[in-house]
Design a protein around this ligand. Sequence first.
Ligand SMILES: Nc1ncnc2c1ncn2[C@@H]1O[C@H](COP(=O)(O)OP(=O)(O)OP(=O)(O)O)[C@@H](O)[C@H]1O
Length: 290
Amino acid sequence: MSEEGGDAMSEETDGAMSGTDPESSAPESSAPESSAHSTGLQIKDLTIRFGGNTAVDSADFAAPLGRVTGLIGPNGAGKTTTFNACSGLLRPSQGEIRLFGKDITGRPPAARAQLGLGRTFQRMDLFDSLTVEQNIALGREAGLARSHPLKQLLSTPAEMRAVRAATEEVIELCGLRALRHEIAGSLSTGQRRLVDLGRVLAGDFQMLLLDEPSSGLDTAETEKFGEIVTRVVAQRGCGVLLVEHDMGLVMSVCDYLYVLDFGQMIFEGTPAEVRASSAVRAAYLGSEAA
Ligand SMILES: Nc1ncnc2c1ncn2[C@@H]1O[C@H](COP(=O)(O)OP(=O)(O)OP(=O)(O)O)[C@@H](O)[C@H]1O
């Protein structure tokens, strides 16, 4: 397929859009003082074309700190394309992406990571020959290497302590104590998802992009995953943008939702508002939303 506008960088139908303003009701306890900072990720007029196909058409949305924001829609709606533009893998044809008030539209993924944007991939890329603990530690060490590759080899004692502390915190947070010395390649998909989440949590990120994290998980594992995400946001006050098909997970963890259909943002609101929307039901949810 051609990629005319959607360049790889490094590699309402209910009448009006409805719902509440996601920023106005963000939890006060977790939001930092700076309003530019607490806005987290802001997307304005995002348009991405692949040749003659407009995959995302003038989309506006925000994923503030202290909240889990969901991006949902049927197959081919443009979720992954939007997600890739947010993380820097695709260059928008038009529009602006801001992180903590800074325009990051043209910045590559590594520069976004340095500003505090972390992401997981639907296809996990764990180091299979390393242990759970080592994989998680790498999430923090990669942050040191970002500033200078040699830093990873020449870490200071303080940096090594920070890596150990972050690893321990995440192992507890993700319930991975019993598996810490297991080789990642020997784990089930559900366990690997937790390690993958742990690795990004070990990084010093304040905005997390999670790409279909329930993929391959059973109901119990999905529930556990959702509980961890909720706990992380409550404890750290970070923001999460979640692209997800599993409506059980979406409805239970998200504070606010945006609904894409054929590249258009057709609705936004709380999970209850989305559930009640006939437009969303017609476009995507069907009887699941009833
Ligand atoms: N690299 C590409 N080149 C050309 N067209 C693309 C490319 N990536 C996506 N598209 C098109 O953009 C549109 C949106 O695709 P996208 O993968 O973003 O949808 P999605 O909502 O993530 O779907 P799914 O839920 O199935 O993953 C589709 O029409 C798709 O065919």
